[in-house]
Write a protein that binds this ligand. Structure first.
Ligand SMILES: Nc1nc2c(ncn2[C@@H]2O[C@H](COP(=O)(O)OP(=O)(O)OP(=O)(O)O)[C@@H](O)[C@H]2O)c(=O)[nH]1
Length: 321
């Protein structure tokens, strides 16, 4: 065939479709069809990556072939693309298999394409890669914007607006995963509940804004003291929870006592006034019977209640309660 366009070469499972007789459509007609397609069509040698054919759509965007390789013309890279799909287009025997359809962003024009790649036999019998790529940039950008909006909404739904900490909902969502992991691997898990003492007095004496500032600074202090694997959350009002994977009772108690000291040392300045917060703590440890985070939470709350009853500004562990 003079045009260099191979005769119809459909994958094996489409063999039952009879190919059109060669003389039905003249080669110029096929070229006209290809050059008027609103899609990139190109053919490259499977092994050498030499670009053998590219339609007008491709030439208009990426220029003439000029004896170059597909990765030189289409990606301007200095070697075969790391994302080349050729290996997906042949079976174990190296024969053409099913087409592979995927989406990617071109490095040169930065537009998104849906690519339909296929291995076929060229006019001289060698194996070549045929790609048909359609521009899906608008759809992709809408998809990405939608995903970003979803992620933003989701993180807003899990964040405490005043302090930036996780909220109660996030605590249960992420904390349940930590509890399940600890149950599965039988590793320790500790929970520290912390409730600021006489916070109503702070509000009543210094105003609600001052109370907000105390909550923000206490949150920053907690956040700065925990590891990446821990979860700290504002559970509501002036109550906070810290969940510590891989942490036994001694370490949890030492951390709570350290947090209490740091809180007592903290002075929050607001409108020229100095506010010194204090807090009570209750600790619970994972029990083999715990299936829900609420079980640990209830025990930590009982320990916290005891700290309040004993005069506040102290730490209690739920053991024996
Ligand atoms: N500024 C401010 N105050 C809040 C916020 N959420 C809850 N509060 C206040 O926190 C106070 C909690 O009061 P109580 O439950 O009596 O607790 P407390 O005064 O800390 O006393 P104890 O816990 O028994 O030591 C209430 O006055 C609430 O209005 C908030 O987001 N900002």
């Amino acid at each position: 065939m003079k045009s260099g366009i191979p005769s119809l070469n459909l994958p094996a499972d489409r063999d039952q479709i009879p190919p059109a007789p060669d003389d039905d459509t003249p080669p110029e007609g096929l070229l006209a069809v290809l050059d008027n397609l609103d899609a990139l069509v190109y053919v490259s040698d499977f092994d050498t990556h030499d670009l053998l054919y590219m339609n007008a759509y491709g030439r208009q965007i990426w220029g003439a072939i000029n004896n170059r390789k597909c990765w030189q013309v289409l990606q301007n890279s200095d070697g075969p693309c790391s994302f080349c799909t050729n290996h997906l287009l042949v079976n174990d025997r190296g024969e053409p298999s099913k087409p592979h359809v995927w989406e990617f962003q071109n490095q040169l024009d930065q537009r998104w394409y849906q690519c339909r790649d296929q291995a076929i036999r060229w006019t001289d019998g060698r194996l070549v890669r045929l790609e048909i790529a359609t521009d899906i940039t608008e759809r992709k950008e809408m998809e990405l914007a939608l995903r970003a909006a979803h992620e933003k909404a989701r993180s807003a739904a899990l964040e405490d607006e005043l302090t930036g900490l996780h909220n109660r909902r996030a605590f249960f969502e992420f904390g349940t995963q930590l509890l399940n992991q600890a149950n599965r691997h039988r590793t320790p898990l500790s929970l520290i509940m912390m409730d600021l003492d006489h916070f109503k007095v702070i509000n009543d004496t210094h105003g609600h804004d001052a109370g907000d500032e105390v909550l923000r600074q206490v949150s920053a202090l907690l956040q700065a003291r925990i590891r990446d694997c821990d979860i700290v959350a504002r559970m509501g009002g002036e109550e906070f929870a810290v969940l510590l994977p891989g942490t036994g009772p001694e370490m949890a108690r030492a951390l709570a006592e350290r947090l209490l000291i740091l809180l007592l040392e903290l002075t929050v300045e607001h409108n020229g006034q100095a506010i010194s917060p204090s807090a009570s703590f209750g600790i619970s440890l994972r029990d083999t019977k715990d299936r829900r985070l609420e079980d640990m939470l209830a025990r930590a709350d009982r320990a916290l209640y005891r700290s309040k009853n004993q005069g506040r500004g102290r730490v209690n562990t739920n053991i024996g309660l």
